[in-house]
Design a protein around this ligand. Structure first.
Ligand code: SF4
Length: 236
């Protein structure tokens, strides 16, 4: 399968509240893009990249713009999967605020040609530079707990972006050590770091020793409101 410019493969579109990060609680329209170039072991949206587990639909730029324009939600969240596989700049609509949830492994302002693990080929042109200032970028680099390796050059790029925030999902104090390493290596402002707890149950989100350690290190704690309210229900 080949995905080319102007094609948007979408896993699901739904209204909810933003569950995590600096905009937690904000009433939003979510557009979840199909496909991801990573294969994190604890991924809770495997249906976006594991072909046997998910359905998806093809949309045009104009169809998505219409959905965004007509939504009562002012905040539009591009999530995935990995949204930066697509030309997000072409989906911009006036009077809406756009957030991109990305793993940070793709630089949106560079052209992309990539072959995914399932053989899908995705090509897109570079996005316009101004989206770096016009979108909010919620960058969620995947730690060793997801069996992924962070690319320093790419994290350096995001650390320099004024509109980028960082969200890390942790299991243990070891993960906090890894965050400290990347914070220091890439000079990330700790005031832009949000740390949430891995897990898909309410109980997993209520671990006071880890939250106290997050506070002591000067990071923000990110609730995962959708998990706390609905568990791991899809479309929430
Ligand atoms: S980057 Fe996100 S969507 Fe992609 S595999 Fe990892 S957790 Fe899943």
């Amino acid at each position: 399968m080949k995905v080319t410019e102007g094609q948007y493969f979408i896993s699901e579109i739904f209204r909810s509240i933003q569950g995590e990060g600096p905009f937690a609680g904000v009433n939003s329209l979510f557009i979840r893009f199909q496909f991801c170039q990573l294969t994190c072991n604890w991924c809770d949206t495997k249906y976006t990249w594991y072909q046997k587990s998910g359905k998806f639909s093809l949309y045009s730029e104009k169809e998505l713009q219409k959905i965004i324009h007509e939504s009562p939600a002012r905040h539009i969240i591009f999530t995935g999967g990995e949204p930066t596989l697509y030309r997000l700049d072409k989906l911009r609509v006036k009077e809406k605020l756009f957030h991109v949830e990305t793993n940070g492994d793709i630089i949106p302002t560079l052209p992309l040609q990539i072959t995914l693990a399932d053989g899908t080929v995705i090509e897109r042109e570079a996005m316009k530079n101004d989206i770096l200032k016009q979108f909010y970028w919620i960058v969620s680099p995947k730690l060793k707990n997801a069996y992924q390796l962070i690319n320093k050059e790419k994290l350096d790029f995001w650390a320099k972006q004024t509109q980028a925030y960082f969200k890390f999902i942790i299991r243990s104090n070891e993960d906090l050590e890894e965050i400290a390493y990347w914070k220091n290596s890439c000079n990330i402002n700790p005031d832009k770091i949000y740390v949430g707890l891995e897990g898909i149950s309410l109980h997993s989100q209520l671990q006071s020793p880890l939250v106290e350690e997050i506070i002591a290190r000067g990071y923000h704690f990110s609730p995962r409101l959708h998990i706390m309210i609905w568990g791991n229900m899809r479309g929430k």
